[in-house]
Design a protein around this ligand. Structure first.
Ligand code: F6P
Length: 392
């Protein structure tokens, strides 16, 4: 690990800051949304009320002795944070804790009739079934006639901007972006990524997925294309073992996305069938490792996960939250080299992310200055900029 000076860990205790607004406003809004989405019973409603009070005004209370994952949370710093305000512990930790406690409140971990019912399913399904998704899948028919290289670039673009829930594989979108005053892409190592993926490869691609629906669909399309073109021999798709950060993809969401593709007809269905076959033949594997919902940076990943990533030709890490966990959720100076903050990662790694939180590394001084001149600090959190960063 290079000797880089540690930057301050992001906490949520500064009123007016983005992390503070997530804890003070977004989490209560998520609780309201979940209450309205299901006919939860009185016990669950009382538990949601208690969570609302606890997460905004209370202290972190350890999991009960019989919680199925208590030991795991002990290794994830629960005892060190117990007794503190949610605002005074690392923001990354507080956010993960919120989803863990929310699932408890609605009875997700059971036992009982609500066990395994995803409280975010209605919003995920609505997005997947939206007419916007129809239009985006239909656009694949035009893409199918283009040269493979062009398809690959368009699908990468779709996967990247899909992180904004905006499938970008409509080729027309590419030019629009270049016309913006500050480029949409604040760092673009995509050529290095293509060189890692080669043109004829037997290696494994690990894709650490982020959101379900309109992000997962283009992620799957990209994987399908790379497998079909023989640029990789195998893919491992890492998803979350349980609902998380509202829209994060779980194994059930992968199945929903595949059904959506195969039912769409045209080129989308062909991609869907290819993925279905790849899963049944073991060329595409699903992983839902507990650490994928951990409140810790990837630097602290367990050995089995480390071995997975070490064996990959490249690991694609999708989205803002995974970026925060990859580089460390800290106020890095924006020009801190990406290679330095990802030196802990056990193999070649590429981040594909739209910018939705304060964490950023790997910018050139010129890019940072142009962004600040045009937008102040809004570019960090607005989701209007994106990056492709690679450490080979
Ligand atoms: O879906 P993504 O790209 O991981 O974004 C989730 C994002 O939600 C927030 O945590 C706010 O809750 C972001 O700052 C975070 O990183």
């Amino acid at each position: 690990m290079p000797d880089i000076p540690a930057a301050p860990v992001i906490l949520g205790n500064e009123p007016g800051s983005f992390p503070h607004s997530v804890l003070a406003e977004r989490h209560p809004a998520i609780i309201r949304q979940v209450r309205e989405a299901f006919p939860y019973e009185p016990r669950q409603r009382r538990a949601l009320d208690a969570l609302l009070a606890n997460c905004t005004e209370g202290e972190i209370e350890p999991l009960p002795a019989d919680a199925h994952d208590r030991e795991r949370w002990e290794t994830w710093d629960m005892d060190a944070h117990a007794g503190h305000s949610w605002y005074d512990v690392p923001w990354l930790w507080s956010e993960s804790w919120f989803y863990r406690r929310l699932l408890d409140a609605v009875g997700y971990f059971g036992p009982g009739p609500w066990q395994g019912i995803d409280p975010f399913l209605p919003s995920k399904r609505a997005e997947l079934d939206s007419p916007a998704t129809d239009g985006e899948l239909a656009a694949l028919d035009d893409l199918a006639g283009r040269p493979a290289e062009e398809q690959a670039r368009a699908l990468l673009h779709g996967s990247l901007w899909g992180n904004r829930a905006d499938l970008g594989f409509r080729l027309s979108a590419e030019g629009a972006e270049e016309a913006a005053p500050v480029p949409g892409l604040v760092a673009d190592d995509s050529e290095r990524l293509w060189s890692l993926l080669g043109t004829a490869g037997t290696g494994t691609l690990c894709l650490v997925a982020d959101n379900a629906g309109r992000e997962l669909v283009p992620d799957l399309l990209l994987v399908a294309h790379l497998l079909a073109q023989g640029r990789i021999g195998r893919a491992v798709l890492h998803v979350k073992p349980h609902p998380y950060y509202v829209s994060d993809a779980t194994p059930a969401d992968v199945v929903d996305a595949l059904r959506r593709l195969t039912a769409a007809g045209g080129a989308a269905a062909a991609y869907g069938r290819g993925l279905w076959t790849a899963l049944s033949e073991g060329r595409l594997t699903l992983r839902a490792h507990p650490f994928s919902c951990s409140p810790l940076p990837y630097e602290r990943m367990p050995d089995d996960l480390r071995a997975d990533f070490a064996a990959a030709a490249v690991t694609l890490v999708k989205g803002d939250l995974n970026y925060r966990r990859l580089v460390g959720d800290r106020y890095w100076p924006p020009t801190t080299p990406f290679a330095d903050v990802t030196a802990h990662f056990p193999g070649p790694v590429a981040a594909l992310r739209t910018l939705k939180s304060d964490v950023i590394t790997g910018l050139t001084p010129g890019t940072e200055a142009a962004l600040v001149a045009a937008e102040g600090q809004r570019w960090r959190t607005g989701g209007t900029h994106a990056l492709v960063q690679v450490r080979a």
